[in-house]
Design a protein around this ligand. Structure first.
Ligand SMILES: Nc1ncnc2c1ncn2[C@@H]1O[C@H](COP(=O)(O)OP(=O)(O)OP(=O)(O)O)[C@@H](O)[C@H]1O
Length: 279
């Protein structure tokens, strides 16, 4: 495949996803870490020209965080002494309610990115079932008079997740998955990584190729699955920012590679690290 066609692939994925969102279906980007799911979700959300809310899934996320919660009392006191012989004091105490992030988004038709949603417990994520299917947000357990609010017609959701084999992930409920259109992201190929590094830095093509080759050799030595653009992008950004010569002869550049690629004793021996720079 040529570089141009791969660029189209990314654009096409966003274009297709935008169609689904605009028709009222949530989309779900899933795939290994560092392949551009969150970045694509943000690009997609911006295309809708609606306010964007970003939420991250985590173990402690609760329905209160999403719907809202009772946050204490609000006291209003009116002391009317307009006619000095007459004094009227009126006092009102009411419960104050803080809207959750999902409540506001649903009410005002925002675009929600729910990043790494499978890190949240399935019991909490069940709240999204009626939001996505019946287009209502139930307000259970909130002491509100209404039992639900309607979902704004412009409300849209983009989910992202890492598949099950990555740690800290709950198996996502089938019922929820059934309501989303899932787009699978593959490991990033070298050509695609090259494009990302070229778009994010002003490094020359040959320098980018060298960085990519160093990182892929390191991944091989560490028996790691390649395909994430994170590490090469870090190296490229530092080299670009400090105008470093991208070469094994440059001690500054080698240090950057060492800091970014060598994590612990078992990663690589000193000799193996040297081999990363061999021609
Ligand atoms: N198309 C792109 N253009 C510019 N930068 C990108 C692009 N895709 C990814 N990146 C950069 O690569 C890094 C990883 O991307 P991102 O966080 O989107 O991956 P991810 O698949 O969501 O990873 P994770 O599952 O670990 O959250 C980020 O620093 C991001 O800015």
């Amino acid at each position: 495949m040529t570089t141009r066609r791969k660029e189209d692939y990314q654009e096409s994925l966003i274009k297709r996803s935008l169609r689904y969102l605009n028709t009222g279906f949530p989309v779900h980007f899933t795939g290994p870490p560092g392949v551009g799911k969150t970045t694509s979700a943000l690009q997609l959300a911006k295309k809708r020209n609606r306010p964007v809310i970003f939420m991250s899934g985590h173990e402690d996320l609760s329905t209160n965080d999403l719907i809202g919660s009772f946050s204490g009392y609000k006291r209003n006191k009116l002391d009317d002494n307009y006619i000095h012989t007459v004094r009227k004091v009126e006092e009102n105490v009411e419960e104050s309610w803080k809207k959750g992030r999902l409540y506001e988004a649903v009410e005002q038709g925002h675009t929600v990115i729910y990043d790494e949603f499978t890190r949240t417990s399935p019991a909490v994520n069940n709240l999204f079932l009626p939001v996505l299917e019946e287009r209502i947000l139930p307000l259970f357990g909130t002491k509100r008079t209404a039992s639900y609010i309607d979902v704004h017609p412009k409300f849209a959701m983009i989910f992202t997740s890492n598949p099950l084999e990555y740690s800290g992930v709950h198996p996502s409920q089938d019922a929820l998955r059934d309501r989303m259109i899932t787009m699978r992201f593959q490991l990033m190929e070298e050509e695609r990584k090259h494009q990302v590094l070229a778009s994010e830095t002003s490094l020359k093509d040959k320098d980018i190729s060298m960085i990519l080759s160093i990182v892929s050799r390191a991944e091989e030595k560490k028996n790691e699955q390649g395909g994430s653009v994170r590490l090469p992008l870090m190296i490229a950004k530092v080299a670009d920012r400090y105008q470093m010569k991208v070469s094994g002869d440059n001690p500054n550049f080698r240090e950057v590679c060492y800091d970014i690629l060598w994590h612990h004793e078992d990663d690589m021996s000193d000799e193996e690290f040297e081999e990363l720079f061999s021609k």
